[in-house]
Design a protein around this ligand. Structure first.
Ligand SMILES: Cc1ncc(COP(=O)(O)O)c(C=O)c1O
Length: 388
């Protein structure tokens, strides 16, 4: 029996989502075709390039980037969110003096890269997070007022643990007049809420396929037309040398296909996930004394809830739920397997027992109200058992 046969209800979609069978068919049709390297000059190569460049153009269109005129925006295909975040931080800051500012609730792929840059001599500052889950931009406004030199700020569009939407619009209003570049990690937002690259006015935006029922291993970095970026890989001319290495038209096209499905069906999916999330939260808060929804009063993504049962241990709870066939998370998947408490909830200044007792339930449009009702009953039963 496969391990996945044991999982009855999957509520860990912020870690990864099930691949949509339509994406699999799309990929199979491309892989089944005659193949060629898109850099080859023969007709097969040119045809592969056509698929790749069409995917690039489509990705820009879907994310409402600028695709016409001399000053078109650009899309770089990468291996996923981690690489896109690494490339954005390293590549945007490379030839610019000034400090790097990141929020304290970023994904580890931003925080660890910021730390690396710091070790190499770059000054790095961290923006604090308020108890409501939103990053506090006050210190940044103060540094800008003081004319401190800042090269780049990276702030995620929405947090992967709490779902709290971050004030990227306010950030841009602060940064643009001061000539500061802005990067946003939109991995959890794309396909879940409308994302408009031009309206956001950020310089770079990260996305990935496997959070929207696409494949693991392919993502993208959108770049504003004129923003200079230094590569982090070397040894080829592909993707204008910004991300050298043989390109995969099939992977790129599968990413765009998954994006297209998610974005086209966004309004229905949004309502469905929101209804499920609200049902979970109201049931658990009503029936479990002391249960707290983290960041409940802030603007949030429709599919993510971080819910704490103070006095319980999140890892014990997660394992007990797993035995009942319910898959949930305790924070960022990249940090799971470690017993480290969530850096996000800690940055929010939440009491230790709230941090210790928090699990993350993340939905997809495939979840139903019946499923979440069943999950709530199991969660309540498990918590009652663990509390005694
Ligand atoms: C907010 C955020 N950024 C980046 C990543 C990394 O993306 P990938 O798994 O495609 O490397 C994740 C994955 O959990 C994420 O949630």
């Amino acid at each position: 029996m496969l391990l996945t046969d044991l999982i009855l209800i999957y509520l860990d979609n912020n870690s990864t989502t099930q691949i949509d069978p339509r994406v699999v068919s799309h990929l199979a049709s491309l892989l089944g075709n005659r193949f060629a390297n898109p850099a080859s000059q023969h007709s097969l190569g040119r045809s592969a390039r056509g698929v790749l460049e069409n995917a690039r153009e489509q990705l820009l269109v879907l994310c409402k980037a600028k695709t016409v005129g001399m000053q078109s925006d650009r899309a770089v295909f990468t291996s996923g969110g981690t690489e896109s975040n690494n490339l954005a931080l390293c590549g945007l800051i490379a030839n610019r003096p000034g400090m790097l500012v990141v929020s304290s609730i970023e994904h580890p792929s931003v925080l660890a890269m910021a730390q690396k840059l710091q070790q190499k001599g770059r000054e790095v500052r961290y923006l604090p997070c308020r108890a409501d889950g939103q990053v506090d931009l006050e210190p940044l406004a103060h540094w800008i007022d003081q004319d401190q030199k800042i090269a780049l700020v990276s702030l995620m569009l929405a947090n992967n643990e709490t779902g709290v939407v971050q004030p990227v619009d306010q950030l841009v209003r602060l940064c643009k007049p001061a000539g500061i570049l802005v990067h946003t990690d939109a991995v959890q937002a794309v396909g879940k809420v409308p994302v408009d690259f031009q309206a956001l006015e950020v310089d770079a935006l990260t996305l990935t396929g496997h959070k929207i029922h696409g494949l693991v291993g392919v993502g993208g970095l959108l770049l504003k037309h004129s923003v200079p970026l230094e590569p982090i890989f070397f040894g080829g001319f592909q993707q204008q040398s910004l991300r050298p290495g043989t390109e995969s038209p099939a992977l790129a096209s599968s990413l765009v296909f998954a994006c297209e499905l998610a974005i086209q069906q966004l309004p229905e999916r949004y309502e469905r996930m929101l209804a499920c999330r609200d049902r979970i939260e109201s049931e658990l808060v009503r029936r479990i004394a002391g249960a707290i929804v983290v960041g409940r009063d802030s603007p949030r993504l429709p599919h993510t809830t971080s819910i704490s049962f103070p006095g319980l241990d999140r890892q014990i709870l997660q394992m007990a739920l797993d035995k009942e066939g319910i898959a949930c998370g305790t924070g960022s998947a990249c940090a799971s397997g470690s017993s480290q408490p969530s850096h996000v909830l800690q940055a929010m200044g939440l009491p230790k027992e709230v941090v210790q007792g928090a699990i993350r339930l993340s939905l997809s449009w495939e979840n139903s109200l019946e499923e979440v009702d069943h999950a709530c009953e199991q969660i309540i039963r498990v918590i009652e058992r663990l509390s005694h």
